[in-house]
Write a protein that binds this ligand. Structure first.
Ligand code: KIV
Ligand code: ZN
Length: 511
C-alpha cells in the first residue's frame, strides 16, 4: 500500500493574501466548497486575528464545510491562538496552525528574540493550542534559512508539546530541490520523537522552484504538502496544487504515494478560482493552461495522430477538461441549464435557476456558442453577485479619432436594499473611452482612486466572447479589486470599476 500524502490547501489564506486575489465572504465559501469537491484534506481558511472580516470568513467556512479539516493560522502567542480557536471551533475537524520564525535573520531582526526565547515560545504556544484540540500544526517560519540543528530542536519541542504536524516552510522561496531534500531528511533522521508527528512542507516560488522543492521533500519523507490552486500566494506565489498532484500521479512509480485528490476536479477548481478572482489562467500554465494539451508543430501532431503517448503524458479528461463543453444554445430548456450548473459544481435554487436561465438565453441570442466558462461567468455575475450599494443604470460612450475627444455619459443609482434610491448622472471627457467612463463614475461616486491595475481577458474564444475585466484601485491606503464579465468590454469595465468602488467603501468601513 502506497503512503498517503495529505494535501493542505492554503488558497484561501496564503493565496488570498496575494495582490488582486482578495475574495469576499461568499466567494470564499464557494471556493471552499469546490476545494471539498476536489478532495483536499485540509482547507486553511484564513488568519482570524488579522481583521474582523478574516475572522468572520474563517468562521463561516468552518460552519459551511463537512468533514474536511479547517485550519486557522495564528502567531505563536496566546491571544492569537484563542482568537483562532474561536473562529474554527465549529468545524467538524478544526486545526490550529501556529507559527514562529526560526531563522537567525528573522529571530534577530523581526522578533528580537534569542534562540532560547523562541524555544520557550514554541513550547508554550503548542501547549496552549493543545488545550483546545489534538489537531495542532506548528510551522517554523523561514525554516529553509534556519540552522538545521536548531530546526531539529524546535521540531522536537513542538512534537513534545503536542503538535501532530510540523511544517518546515521555504518562506522566501530560496531553497533548491536537492538542498531542501537534504534538510527534510536531516530533520527527520535526527528528531527523536519523529514517529509521533508528520513533517509538512510549504514552498514559495520566488526562484520558480516551489513545486520541485515540494516534490523533493515528499521524496525525503514529508507527508503533508501545502499548496494553492493555480499557485497563487505571497509574491511569486506558492506551489501549485494541480502541478504537484499531477506530478505525483503521472510519476507514481517514482514517488509511490497517493493523495485524496479527485483529479477530475482540478480543471474545474482552477477555472472557478480564476473566475472568482478575475485572474485569467496563462495559456502556458502547466496542467490547466489553454495550450497544455495543444500540439502545434507538425512533427508533434503527426506523432500524436499515430499514437497519443508519443507526446502526451496525461489526458485532458484526467484533469476534468472535457472537449464537448459547448452546452447551451437558444433552444435549451431550464432543465439543461440547471444540469449544466450542477456539472460545474453549483447547486442552485429554483429562483437562481430562473435567473441563470434568462441570462443564458440573453447570451445565446448574442453569441453563437455558449461554453462552460460562459455559464460559470453568468452564474457569478447574475446569481451570486451581491447587490452593490451603487449601481450602473445606463451609459453611453463615444470613442472617436477626430477632434471630439472620447466621452461618456453615465447614470447611476445609489442606495442600499430597502433605502430610497438616489439617481445621479454626469458626462466626462477622457483620454480614451474607458478613461472617460471611469472619470464619469468617479465623479458620480465622489472619489478619485488611483487605478493600480486594469486587465481584460476574453472568457472564451471569438470576437463575441464575454469580456472579463478586473481592476485594482487604491484610495488613502485602502485597496480594493473589482471584477465583471459582460459581452461589451466597455460595459464590463464600468461594472468592474463600480464593483471595486463598492468594495473600497466596504473596506474603508471595516478599517
Ligand atoms: O510562508 C510561510 O512560511 C507561511 C507560514 C505562515 C506557514 O506562510
Ligand atoms: Zn507562505
Amino acid at each position: 500500500m502506497a503512503d498517503r500524502v495529505y494535501v493542505f490547501d492554503t488558497t484561501l489564506r496564503d493565496g488570498e493574501q496575494s495582490p488582486g486575489a482578495t475574495m469576499n465572504l461568499d466567494e470564499k465559501i464557494r471556493m471552499a466548497h469546490q476545494l471539498e469537491a476536489l478532495g483536499v484534506d485540509i482547507i486553511e481558511a484564513g488568519f482570524p486575528i488579522a481583521s474582523q472580516g478574516d475572522f468572520e470568513a474563517v468562521q463561516a467556512i468552518a460552519r459551511a464545510v463537512g468533514d474536511v479539516q479547517v485550519a486557522g493560522l495564528c502567531r505563536a502567542v496566546v491571544k492569537d491562538i484563542d482568537r483562532c480557536w474561536e473562529a474554527i471551533k465549529e468545524a467538524k475537524n478544526p486545526r490550529i496552525h501556529t507559527f514562529l520564525a526560526t531563522s537567525e535573520i528573522h529571530m534577530k531582526h523581526k522578533l528580537g528574540k534569542t534562540a532560547d526565547e523562541v524555544r520557550a515560545m514554541v513550547r508554550k504556544a503548542v501547549s496552549h493550542a493543545r488545550q483546545y484540540t489534538d489537531n495542532v500544526e506548528f510551522s517554523a517560519e523561514d525554516a529553509s534559512r534556519s540552522d538545521w540543528d536548531f530546526l531539529v530542536d524546535i521540531t522536537q519541542i513542538a512534537i513534545e508539546a503536542g503538535a501532530c504536524v510540523v511544517n518546515l516552510p521555504d518562506t522566501v522561496g530560496y531553497a533548491q530541490p536537492f538542498e531542501y531534500y537534504d534538510m527534510i531528511k536531516y530533520v527527520m533522521d535526527n528528531v527523536k520523537n519523529m514517529d509521533k508527528a508528520m513533517i509538512s512542507v510549504h514552498c514559495h516560488n520566488d526562484l520558480g522552484s516551489a513545486v520541485a522543492n515540494s516534490l523533493a521533500a515528499i521524496r525525503a519523507g514529508a507527508r503533508q504538502v501545502e499548496c494553492t490552486v493555480l499557485g497563487i500566494g505571497e509574491r511569486a506565489g506558492n506551489a501549485a496544487l494541480e502541478d504537484l498532484v499531477m506530478a505525483l500521479n503521472t510519476r507514481h512509480e517514482m514517488y509511490g504515494v497517493e493523495t485524496g485528490i479527485n483529479t477530475e476536479q482540478l480543471f474545474p477548481s482552477c477555472r472557478r478560482l480564476s473566475q472568482i478572482i478575475g485572474m485569467p489562467i496563462p495559456p502556458n500554465k502547466a496542467i490547466v493552461g489553454a495550450n497544455a494539451f495543444a500540439h502545434e508543430s507538425g512533427v508533434h501532431q503527426d506523432g500524436v495522430i499515430k499514437n497519443r503517448l508519443t507526446y502526451e503524458i496525461m489526458t485532458p479528461a484526467s484533469i476534468g477538461r472535457l472537449s464537448n463543453d459547448i452546452v447551451i444554445g437558444k433552444h435549451s430548456g431550464s432543465h439543461a441549464v440547471r444540469k449544466k450548473a450542477e456539472e460545474l459544481g453549483y447547486i442552485l435554487s429554483e429562483d437562481q435557476v430562473a435567473t441563470l436561465f434568462k441570462a443564458v438565453k440573453d447570451l445565446a441570442d448574442k453569441k453563437e456558442q455558449v461554453y462552460d466558462e460562459d455559464v460559470e461567468a453568468l452564474i457569478l455575475e447574475n446569481v451570486y453577485r451581491r447587490r452593490d450599494r451603487f449601481r450602473l443604470v445606463d451609459m453611453s460612450v463615444f470613442s472617436g479619432t477626430g477632434n471630439v475627444p472620447p466621452h461618456a455619459a453615465t447614470v447611476m443609482e445609489f442606495g442600499r436594499e430597502g433605502e430610497d434610491v438616489e439617481i445621479r448622472r454626469t458626462s466626462e471627457f477622457g483620454e480614451g473611452s474607458i478613461d472617460a467612463v471611469f472619470k464619469s463614475i468617479y465623479s458620480l461616486v465622489r472619489v478619485t482612486p488611483k487605478l493600480e491595475s486594469y486587465s481584460v481577458n476574453a472568457v472564451t474564444e471569438g470576437s463575441d466572447a464575454l469580456a472579463g475585466v478586473s481592476v485594482r484601485i487604491e484610495d488613502n491606503g485602502v485597496k480594493a479589486v473589482g471584477r465583471a464579465n459582460d459581452g461589451d468590454v466597455v460595459r464590463a469595465s464600468a461594472l468592474a470599476m463600480i464593483n471595486a468602488l463598492n468594495r473600497l467603501e466596504k473596506a474603508k468601513e471595516e478599517k
